[in-house]
Ligand binder design. Structure first.
Ligand code: BES
Ligand code: MN
Ligand code: MN
Length: 462
């Protein structure tokens, strides 16, 4: 497919400008202040799929934000690729740490991206990566090289748990029927070394509330005599890890899939520099579960992290007060075989049980999902590897990621098909952080590589 390279060269400015337009719409699904923008983004995605060559495109209403569905069916006897992506983005805060406004995309050079990168919320996660598929479709349709059927399902609630997508998938199994699901919403090792994500972690996300006295108290008059919810919450959270950084919730590790020594040795072959890792984060040392190295801690091992903690007085100056309540948002990343609902229950039971008598504890589950692992001997994986090998000049390495796309496990359950995670982002692209960006090289390479996946998937399916 020498053609795709020249097509990308010829149209790259337009490809970049179209993505920039999409990035200007602040489709923050977590914040209702942006709800019209989320809906406008859905409309823009729909329009782009029509223009790129889908024969049929529709806005599917759900209890939440709409799902954009599109398809081009060329022959029912040929395989069908289902592309999934999301058009919603994470909140952009803290705004003051952005070097340019999150919804005014600009191209800047970085050490890792000398060809430039688009800076904007959603540039990499996931508008940029999702849009590569739209442009790859455009190429295949324009040049008459689409080798099979394609369906698109682009949702607007991924960053808040995909509740409406689960609802939609359960009700539309026939419509979504496919031979392989293709997603670009993960990363790769580097621009010189592509990798294919073979695993995702599951998730259990909860909010906890610790209540002490019925009102905020003078910390002198009452201090020392009543339980301070913030002190207690801090103590309770600290007790969730032991001195080896193992999680102390009874039963937490019961179903964890342990990897064999061979599998761990295989993982250790992926290129990784601890020095570079520390330097990139400006930390003197890494920290984590005893007995595991960094790349295991952040992929094959479950974790528990506080994502936010608040309570009491945080304004200017000092106020002497014992707050009535303290709160925290806690996420647990899970590995294959751990059931997220069961983990949520274990957490709730344990966290409630460790509270001293002077406080009450409320645990509110948010959302969750199962982890996922995919074999590397499937046709889909092989096709992806051939595609990367051709465009990068080296084969891709299989890597298990620490992130979560909970809907992937549900796809397997409901649609009975495997997902191939062809990501083109880099860890340094700062997804969910200020100054998120996506390399122009990565964007264009993605558009180049995707049509090859289709080609090889169809060839290998014969
Ligand atoms: N695209 C990410 C997940 C991801 C990123 C996986 C990089 C692997 C590598 C996705 O948008 C995301 O942020 N997922 C959330 C979970 C969701 C339920 C909010 C996450 O992982 O925190
Ligand atoms: Mn994403
Ligand atoms: Mn995300």
């Amino acid at each position: 497919m020498e053609n795709i390279k020249s097509y990308v060269q010829q149209h790259k400015d337009r490809f970049i400008n179209e993505l920039i337009e999409l990035l200007k719409i602040p489709s923050v699904s977590a914040d209702t202040a942006y709800s019209q923008d989320v809906i406008d983004t859905a409309a823009a995605v729909k329009e782009s799929l029509s223009k790129a060559g889908c024969d049929f495109v529709e806005t599917c209403d759900t209890p939440g934000y709409p799902i954009i569905y599109g398809e081009k069916i060329i022959d029912p006897n040929l395989p069908t690729v289902l592309v999934y992506g999301h058009y919603d983005v994470q909140p952009p805060d803290p705004l003051e740490l952005w070097t340019s406004p999150p919804f005014e995309p600009v191209i800047k050079n970085t050490d890792i991206h000398p060809e430039g990168a688009i800076f904007a919320r959603g540039a990499c996660d996931d508008k940029g990566q999702m849009y590569m598929h739209v442009k790859a479709l455009e190429y295949m349709v324009q040049n008459n090289v689409l080798p099979c059927n394609v369906k698109f399902m682009i949702e607007g609630e991924e960053e808040v748990g995909s509740a409406s997508l689960a609802w939609f998938v359960e009700r539309n199994q026939e419509k979504l029927k496919n031979d392989v699901i293709l997603i670009s919403d993960t990363g790769m090792i580097s621009n010189q070394q592509p990798s294919i994500t073979t695993g995702l972690r599951g998730l259990s996300y909860v909010e906890v509330e610790v209540t002490g006295p019925n009102r905020d108290l003078h910390s002198g008059l009452y201090g020392g005599a009543v339980a301070n919810p913030i002190n207690i919450l801090a103590k309770m959270i600290a007790s969730l890890h032991d001195e080896n950084n193992h999680i102390t919730i009874p039963g937490f590790y019961d179903k964890v899939q342990e990897l064999s020594a061979e599998e761990r040795a295989e993982m250790a072959k992926a290129p990784f520099s601890l020095e570079k890792y520390k330097n990139a984060l400006n930390i003197a040392d890494v920290y984590g579960e005893k007995g595991y190295v960094t790349n295991e801690r952040n992929s094959i091992r479950p974790t528990l992290d506080v994502n936010g903690i608040w309570g009491g007085y945080t304004g200017e100056g000092a106020k002497t007060v014992i707050a009535s309540k303290a709160f925290a948002k806690i996420s647990m990343r899970l590995v294959p075989n751990q059931e997220w609902e069961e983990i949520t229950e274990l957490f709730t039971k344990h966290f409630t049980s460790i509270a001293p008598a002077g406080v009450t504890v409320k645990v509110t589950p948010h959302h969750g999902g199962q982890g996922y692992v995919t074999p590397i001997d499937s046709i889909g994986y092989q096709a992806a590897n051939k595609a990367y090998t051709e465009t990068f000049g080296v084969p891709a390495i299989p890597v298990r990621s620490g992130g979560s796309i909970p809907i992937v496990a549900l796809f397997e359950k409901e649609l009975k098909s495997k997902t191939i995670l062809m990501g083109f982002g880099l860890d340094s692209d700062a997804i969910h952080s200020p100054n998120e960006h996506f390399g122009i090289f990565n964007y264009l390479k993605g558009i180049e590589t995707i049509p090859l996946f289709y080609k090889y998937f169809v060839e290998l399916s014969k």
